[in-house]
Design a protein around this ligand. Sequence first.
Ligand code: NAG
Ligand code: NAG
Ligand code: NAG
Ligand code: NAG
Length: 443
Amino acid sequence: PRESWPRKEGLTWSLFSIGRANAFTINCSGFDQYGVNPAVLQAIFDQKDFRPFINYSIPTHVNISFTLSAILEVNVQLQLLTSFLWVKMIWNNPFISWNPKECGNINKFAVTAENLWLPDIFIVESTDVDQIPEGLSAYMTHEGDIVYNKPARITSVCSLDIFYFPFDQQNCTLTFSSFIYTAETMSLGMDREVWEIVDTSRDIVFRQGEWELLGISKATLKTFVGSRLFDRIAFFLAIRRRPSLYVINLLVPSSFLIAIDALSFYLPAENENRAPFKITLLLGYNVFLLRMSDLLPASGTPLISVYFALCLSLMVVSLLETIFITHLLHLATTQPPPMPRWLHSLLLYCTGSRRCYPTAHQKENKGLGLTPSHLPGLKEPGELVGKEPGPREAKRNGGSELTRAQLTDLWMEFGCRMDTFLFRLYLLFLASSVITVIVLWNT
Ligand SMILES: *[C@@H]1O[C@H](CO)[C@@H](O)[C@H](O)[C@H]1NC(C)=O
Ligand SMILES: *[C@@H]1O[C@H](CO)[C@@H](O)[C@H](O)[C@H]1NC(C)=O
Ligand SMILES: *[C@@H]1O[C@H](CO)[C@@H](O)[C@H](O)[C@H]1NC(C)=O
Ligand SMILES: *[C@@H]1O[C@H](CO)[C@@H](O)[C@H](O)[C@H]1NC(C)=O
């Protein structure tokens, strides 16, 4: 009980000084000689549990600013942005003032923040309790302004859209607001202009790292929470991902593989290497996707996943095409099925004088120097002539007088044409999908 006496005295004394309004000044005799005498500040420290006001109707004006020093994590799965801020708050305590001339020209000095009333400013989007390190200090100026800086690791809710990954931009909001003080008792203002915040933030962090700060914009709001009106300031952080890591690790290898897949159409269709080659590519692509799945966002469907799926399906389609053509050529050389008349006419019409696949006859004449082994199909018909024609062949051959060798040639020609046609279709589809993806990324 004895110890509580001085405190009680201090309280009554400060209540008395409230009555006298801001005529209160600190007696600072000896500030420069003996350091600050705690006794002269005790009255202020004792008041720390209450908002310092002289007239209740005048709200405490808190000016805030911050420096964004790091983007620590952008979590797509939980839709969270973890950032590190240096928050600065300035407000005025009307009970603090002294005359610097009487006080050895001391304009301001630091005080442990625990001893002062602090505004309860928090970030509305935050999902984590702000862990402020202990023992922070604040500056007091001779005019009663308190300057308080605190570091804050903010994990805030942000609606992240990763459709354009890795060329995505995000727009995250940080809204500063008081917990309990409504607009009548606390108003918020800006300590610095927004462009100054952007400049310092850029200087500090955004040289390196995955995210680049594009800009910050600001909106001052008056928001009703229930029936109470709060003064708030919202900052919109526009950040952009630096895509080079993803371009090098994801897009370039994928593009190379798909380019090789396209080029493998130039392997002759009748050669048996094409299908195994494509299977190897497909396997390689799957290994690539497995290895790189860590780099992709954990949830959502970015365009790049669609692109990978498209590349994979194109590879599968090209493999299927190779199987189809190989089957066709195999049929043509072993057991050419009857060729429908319309197909025959179409083939003759389309081919004209240019032939995709040289007949045995043409080949010898032109002396192309191709070995028979290169075109295995051409030798075999002769061997197979003795074979019985299938029932379908008998039905079809009705009026036509195609010899087996001619039929084989025609089917080979058809297979070759088909291959070229499907290759062009493939190229067209590849080009249009790549262009679509690039255009989408650029918008
Ligand atoms: C300030 O305090 C000193 C002693 O601590 C005292 O001598 C002096 O008169 C005081 N000045 C005023 C203006 O109260
Ligand atoms: C408090 O401030 C209000 C509005 O500024 C004013 O009308 C009122 O007279 C003030 N009260 C005192 C005690 O100064
Ligand atoms: C807050 O900012 C406003 C406008 O910039 C300024 O007039 C006021 O003095 C500032 N308040 C403090 C406590 O710095
Ligand atoms: C971010 O979103 C807010 C509204 O939610 C908008 O006012 C602001 O202009 C946006 N900023 C950018 C850079 O797109």
